[in-house]
Ligand binder design. Structure first.
Ligand SMILES: N[C@@H](CCC(=O)N[C@@H](CS)C(=O)NCC(=O)O)C(=O)O
Length: 204
């Protein structure tokens, strides 16, 4: 199995951490969708990260689809999404808000970094910031007073995706997230980032 893409992509990072947690060996290729467009295009003409290549050569894109695939390579008891419908719904709900926070942070990063300053559109930036804070606000409420991991005893996909969303935003948009406004998320991130699987997939 190969995972292609840089770890500063939250989508690549959630897959890399998940593969490690699931104990699935893989080759990671740090190819950038921006700096190595032509090299990336040889593997996936769409140039999207993460790109995952299965051992039979099948190319799979989109982190959530990749995660669905790799979860089914292990025994049900080891999977990162709960099987039981009510628990699964809660897990998907958390992942959805974490992915929305990630997407809105990413939109601000793209607007600020890829567009010339004179073409940047402040009302759009303000809109995505508001949406990003709304998503982190929902997560903060869901995490407040929570002990253990989000689905119980074991680290699962909501934990990984929430922690990756937080760290990515903190890293790419310094100052955007105030620990005092999001104490539960800040503490949660610290705990997750101390795990070997997170340390093994550094964002920097
Ligand atoms: N929904 C996708 C989003 C992936 C995504 O947007 N990746 C970025 C890198 S962080 C990318 O490939 N950007 C280049 C582009 O969209 O052209 C996923 O979950 O994998």
């Amino acid at each position: 199995m190969q995972l292609i893409g840089m770890l500063d992509s939250p989508y690549v990072r959630r897959v890399a951490i998940s593969l490690a947690v699931l104990g699935l060996p893989f080759e990671h290729r740090s190819v950038s969708v921006f700096r190595h467009f032509d090299e990336f295009a040889k593997v996936n003409p769409v140039v999207k990260a993460p790109t995952f290549i299965e051992d039979d050569g099948t190319v799979l894109i989109d982190s959530s689809l990749i995660l669905d695939h790799i979860d089914h390579k292990v025994a049900p008891a080891c999977r990162l999404l709960p099987e039981e419908p009510a628990a699964r719904l809660q897990a998907l709900s958390l992942i959805g808000f974490a992915l929305a926070a990630t997407e809105k942070a990413m939109q601000e990063v793209y607007e600020r970094n890829l567009r010339p300053q004179e073409s940047q559109y402040e009302p759009w930036i303000e809109r995505v910031q508001k949406q990003m804070h709304a998503a982190f606000g929902v997560l903060e409420e869901r995490l407040a007073g929570h002990r253990g991991w989000l689905c119980g005893e074991r680290l699962m996909q909501p934990d990984i995706t929430v922690a990756v969303a937080w760290r990515f935003t903190q890293f790419m948009l310094p100052g955007a997230l105030d620990d005092a406004r999001y104490p539960a998320l800040a503490a949660f991130s610290e705990r997750a980032e101390a795990l070997p699987e997170f340390i093994g997939a550094p964002l920097e």
